[in-house]
Design a binder for this molecule. Structure first.
Ligand code: PAF
Length: 175
């Protein structure tokens, strides 16, 4: 297993891969639910990439809040779990690597879909999720990406983004 922290190294590592690539996007602090995403990904693909990135854009005030500051960051333990689960590459960029110019100017806008239900009490949350997931899709170029059904609205928003933006990735929903 490789732990990769930069986009350049990730792109280089994936450039010669011609088999099916899976992406399991996470924010770390992994639990059984994440491992079931990994095991579904492992069963259906040749190479499994898991990302670990606590994305400030999906928190209140773009991360200027206690929820973001106190979010558990447990990279070492997460890496051990992912290695035992058969992940090939962990992509764990820091914030400057992911957003070198700070908050991006261009976002994915999730409209009405992102403004209702959970989005009603978390304005901008789903725009932040969709934006970082679009970036991860662009970097990893996975054939399949795995999301938990537990986060039902997130799953619906990601599926709709893939449809509306013609992104070439198969979204797999895992219980
Ligand atoms: O579900 C999560 O952990 C996050 O929302 C995701 C999909 C990794 C995007 O930051």
């Amino acid at each position: 297993m490789r732990l990769i922290k930069t986009k350049a190294e990730l792109i280089d590592a994936l450039s010669s891969v011609h088999e099916n690539i899976a992406l399991v996007p996470t924010m770390g602090a992994l639990h059984e639910g994440h491992l079931s995403l990994v095991s579904a990904a492992r069963a259906e693909n040749d190479l499994v990439v898991a990302s670990i990135f606590v994305n400030p854009l999906q928190f209140a005030d773009l991360g200027d809040c206690d929820d973001y500051r106190n979010y558990p960051r447990t990279l070492e333990a997460d890496a051990q779990l992912l290695e035992s689960a058969g992940v090939d590459i962990i992509f764990a960029p820091d914030i400057e690597e992911m957003y070198p110019q700070g908050t991006p100017e261009i976002w994915v806008r999730t409209g009405e879909m992102g403004a209702q239900l959970e989005g009603a009490s978390r304005p901008g949350h789903f725009d932040g999720v969709a934006t970082v997931v679009a970036k991860l899709f662009s970097l990893v170029r996975p054939h399949r990406a795995y999301f938990g059904q537990k986060d039902a609205q997130q799953l619906a928003v990601i599926k709709r983004m893939v449809h509306d933006l013609d992104l070439r990735v198969d979204i797999r929903a895992v219980p």
